[in-house]
Write a protein that binds this ligand. Sequence first.
Ligand code: UN1
Length: 506
Amino acid sequence: MATAVSPKTYRNFINGEWVEPKNGKTTENRNPANQDELIGLFAAGDERDVVAAVEAASQAYRSWRRVPAPKRAEILFRAAQLLVARKEELSRDMTREMGKVLAETKGDVQEAIDMTYYMAGEGRRQFGQTTPSELQNKFAMTVREPVGVCGLITPWNFPMAIPSWKMMPALALGNTVVIKPATDTPLSVCHLVEVLTEAGLPPGVVNIVMGHGGAVGTPLLKHESVKVVSFTGSTEVGRKVSEGCAPQFKHCHLEMGGKNIILVMDDANLDLAVDGAVWGGFGTTGQRCTATSRIGVHKKVYKEFVERFVARVKALRVGDGLDPAMEVGPLVNQSQLETVMSYVEIGKSEGAKLAAGGHRLDQGGHAKGWFHEPTIFADCDPKMRICQEEIFGPVVSVMPIEGYEQAIEVANGVVYGLSSSIYTRDLNRAFHAMRELDTGIVYVNAPTIGAETHLPFGGIKQTGNGHREAAVAGLDVFSEWKTIYVDYSDRLQRAQIDTGSFGRME
Ligand code: UN1
C-alpha cells in the first residue's frame, strides 16, 4: 500500500539505547481508520532481545533501588510535566495508531499524567506501619521493599494510560522494568519512555522489547530474573500468564475480561440512564474492559428506554478519530472487526432483536478502515452468548428485567466481575446493590467506565486474580512487605511464651 513519506523505524529500547532487534525484523503498524497510512515500522524482537533487556534491567536495579524514593519521584514529576506539555501531539499520534477519537486519546494521556503525578507523590509516602510489640523494649515496623525486574505486558486499548498504571508504581518503588507493548500500539509506549528518559531516568531502568506475545511475552514472563509480571488482556491469555509464572512463584498481576452491566430501575432518571448507556457502550468503540456491554432494564420503563437508546445510537457519527465531528472511531484491527461481525451473527442466530446497526461500514470515508456500526440487540435473554461473552466492540445487548431481585441475579450471572452500574433514585436500593453486585467496581447513576487513578482498579471472578492497580493498592503488586523487629531490651525475649527460660538456668 502507498505511503506519502518514508516510514520511521522504531527499535527496541535497551539500557538507554534504541537498538535493532537481534533478528533484524520489523512489523508494520497502520492506522486503523486508514490502512493506507503507515504509522511506522516497529521492532519484532524475540527471546534474545528479552534476555538483553532483562540483563540491563537487572544491572540497573542494583543502583535504582538505592536511589532515595523522593529522588526517584522527582524524575516522575518531570515526566508528568513533559506529558502535559506534549498532550496534544501524543494524543494525535495515539489516535493514528489506535483509532479512538481525539477527545478520548487526550483522556488516555491525561490518565497517564494523573498516574505519573500520583505515583510521584508516593515517593514521599510509601507508608508502612509502626505498632507496639507485645514485649517490653521492642520496636516493630513494616517497610515496603521493591521486588526487582518487572515484566509488563500491556494492551492496545489504553496505549499510554495502562502502561503508566504499571510502570509508575514499579519505578516509584525502586523496581526496574521491561515492557512489551501491544503490537497494535507500540508508538505510545515509545513516546512514554522517551519522556521518562528526557526527564532523567537512568539507562536500563525502563526497557522496551517489541514483538509478538509468543516471541517476546512468553520468554519475558518465564525469565528467572523477572520477579513481577503484570498483564492486562484477555482471560484466555491471562490464564497462560498465570501458569507461566506459577513454577517460579512470581508476583503475577492479571487484569482481564469483563461483561459489564448497567441496570436501569423503574425509578431511574431515564435521560441520565440513556446518556450513560450511550457513553458506556460506545465510547472507545466499546473497546474498554470496563465497557457497558449489557443493559438490564426494568420492564416498566423498558420500551421507552430502548426507543430512546436506539435513536441516540443510530445518530452516533462514526469515522476517523482525528475529525472532531466524529464520536466513534474504528476497531483497532481486522481481527477485532471480524470478532464483532461474528458476534452480530451469533446474536441474530440466538434470536435477539437487532435494534440498531449490525453492519460493517466500508463505503466512502469508511472504505479504508475497520469501521462497524454501533449495534444494539434488544429483547435479549441473559443466557445468550451475546449476554455472557466479552465482545470488546460496539455491541450492546439489552435485556428486559422483572424487578430488582432479578436485576442483581442477571448482573452477577456471568463469569466476569469488573464493573457494574445501577440507575435508581432509591437510596436504599442503591446501597443494597452496592453490597450485592459482584464486581470490583460499582457505579451508581453513572456508566461502567470512568475509573480514576487514585482509586483501586480491578475485578473479581475471571476478571482478576486478587490484585488491584492504581491507588495505594497498586503498590502491593510491585513491592514486598518487610516486617522488622528491633529488640532494645538487651535480653532474650520470647514471643508467645508465658514463663521460664531457654537453655539457661534461672
Ligand atoms: C480498560 O478498559 O482497560 O475506567 C481500562 C475506565 C478507564 C480505564 C479503562 N479509566 O474506563
